[in-house]
Design a protein around this ligand. Structure first.
Ligand SMILES: Nc1nc2c(ncn2[C@@H]2O[C@H](COP(=O)(O)OP(=O)(O)OP(=O)(O)O)[C@@H](O)[C@H]2O)c(=O)[nH]1
Ligand SMILES: [Mg+2]
Length: 458
């Protein structure tokens, strides 16, 4: 007989490995309650109502392994929509492992990575994009990434994709209806209307694709390079931002030779600040390597904070540096440092020449808040607050891009007056790619790939 994995009852540690005050073991599957019942000394778990918790002992034969709390969830009212039991025991890795082994000896099987979430998906608890959001939510480490994952998990993104699909399905079926009446040469699906629909769908999809640059930043943090000439105060600024003496500061130009980085959250977004070696003609081989790295980091940055030493540089030099920055084509903040030692008159002059300049004192912690708020504006944090759907997942971007291509083909087909069967094919292709996002269309490979990225126990 073919072994059906879905019939297995799976078990895994649901809390992180290591010592904790308590640890939670989760069982899911048809036999979850009966297997737990075999090792539980207390009430008869099979006779208990769903969503109840019971105190008792886990027995390995005559030996008491631990005193535990057992929560019972009866199918389909559980995360996986199967019978689920959660055993909370004392958080010793030794005890937890013993209990898991015991449950396995009674007929459970160790869960594979992501298998609980996969079952929840297979049983219709949520769609694929929502399942992926569970992983994002678990990994979220900032307010913004948490909000984006939450929105996706609650189905905001899925709703959007579903409504796009439904509009297309309507037209696909009209065109397919035409095919049934091929001899009669009728057109049920108005071509102009179809074209207008596709163009409006393409606009929406473009917005989703564009949102990824922000989505990616929300999920992975914003690499922000602090660059400038030696002694401009880059390391001082890093330390001030981090509120920690992370980098060595000295009045010797060329102090920082390698890059130094650390992360902080500003307005709920995580920024990875990278302090770099000052840019000048290198004095030795090591400095030259450091400066090379500075350029590489600048090119890979999402944002550059470019620091000017106001005590050293003339207007002409500053202008020269700004032009070089513009040529790089990466969003940057142009920042004049050491205002504490500069006359007010000179600062005014600077602001007239460079209306965008941000004037700070890194050492005296002046106007750093202003710098931070300009930084969040630069990554369009404001856009995020409006509750727009934001794509954070590279797999979704691939599917959206493929959808866009198929829609291009459809438009092209309408333009060339191709027959209905060709149009129907292109539309089906778009539907296929949209369906990949929410999991209407899946393959074992795709699912394996997604869920294997989860940890065991999720
Ligand atoms: N007056 C004043 N001095 C500052 C300020 N910020 C930094 N400095 C001083 O400028 C000097 C250089 O500071 P660093 O932070 O080491 O400069 P850096 O840009 O990292 O220099 P390199 O690593 O050599 O490229 C130190 O003596 C700092 O104390 C500031 O806001 N005001
Ligand atoms: Mg430095």
């Amino acid at each position: 007989m073919h072994h059906n994995e879905k019939e297995d009852t799976i078990v895994a540690l649901a809390t992180p490995p290591g010592i904790g005050a308590i640890g939670v073991i989760r069982l899911s599957g048809p036999q979850a309650i009966s297997i737990a019942n075999l090792v539980f000394k207390g009430k008869d778990l099979l006779a208990q109502a769903s969503h109840t918790i019971h105190f008792g002992k886990v027995m390995d034969g005559k030996v008491v392994l631990d005193e535990v709390l057992v929560a019972v969830f009866v199918a389909p009212r559980s995360f996986t929509k199967e019978n689920v039991v959660e055993i909370s025991s004392h958080g010793s890795p030794y005890i937890l492992q013993k209990i898991i082994n015991l449950l396995i000896s009674q007929g459970a099987r160790l869960a594979k990575a992501g298998e609980f979430t996969k079952r929840a998906f297979m049983n219709g608890q949520f769609d694929l994009a929502q399942a992926e959001a569970v992983a994002d939510l678990i990994n979220a480490d900032s307010e913004a990434s948490h909000m984006a994952a939450m929105n996706q998990m609650r189905g905001g993104f899925s709703e959007k994709i579903k409504s796009l699909r439904e509009e297309l399905i309507h037209f696909a079926s009209m065109i397919e209806l035409e095919l049934d009446f091929a001899e009669e040469d009728v057109e049920f699906a108005d071509r102009d209307q179809l074209r207008a629909l596709i163009i409006s769908l393409q606009k929406e999809i473009s917005l989703l694709i564009e949102s990824f640059s922000l989505g990616n930043v929300i999920k992975n943090g914003v690499p922000t390079v602090i660059a400038g000439k030696p002694n401009a105060g880059k390391s001082t600024l890093l330390n001030t931002l981090l509120n920690e003496e992370k980098a060595i500061v000295s009045d010797i130009p060329g102090t920082t030779r390698d890059f130094i980085e650390d992360e902080i959250h500003i307005n709920g977004i995580s920024f990875r600040f990278i302090d770099t070696a000052g840019i000048r003609e290198a004095r030795d081989k090591i400095e030259a390597l450091g400066i090379e790295r500075t350029f590489a980091k600048m090119k890979a940055a999402s944002v550059i904070i470019y620091l000017i030493d106001l005590l050293e540089e003339t207007l002409e030099e500053i202008l020269n540096e700004k032009e070089k920055l513009d040529a790089l084509g990466i969003p940057y903040l142009f920042v004049g440092n050491k205002t504490d030692k500069v006359e007010a008159e000179q600062l005014e002059k600077l602001e007239i020449h460079f209306p965008d300049i941000i004037l700070i004192s890194a050492a005296k912690d002046q106007h750093i808040d202003h710098l931070k708020s300009r930084l969040t504006q630069l990554v369009h944090l404001d856009k995020f607050r409006t509750g727009d759907t934001i794509v954070t997942n590279i797999r979704h971007i691939e599917s959206l891009t493929n959808t866009q291509k198929a829609l291009d083909d459809t438009i092209e087909g309408i333009h060339r007056h191709v027959t209905g069967d060709f149009l129907a094919m292109d539309i089906r292709q778009s539907l296929h790619h949209l369906g990949e996002i929410t999991g209407e269309i899946t393959t074992e490979d795709l699912l394996g790939n997604i869920f294997s990225k989860f940890c065991i126990g999720k």
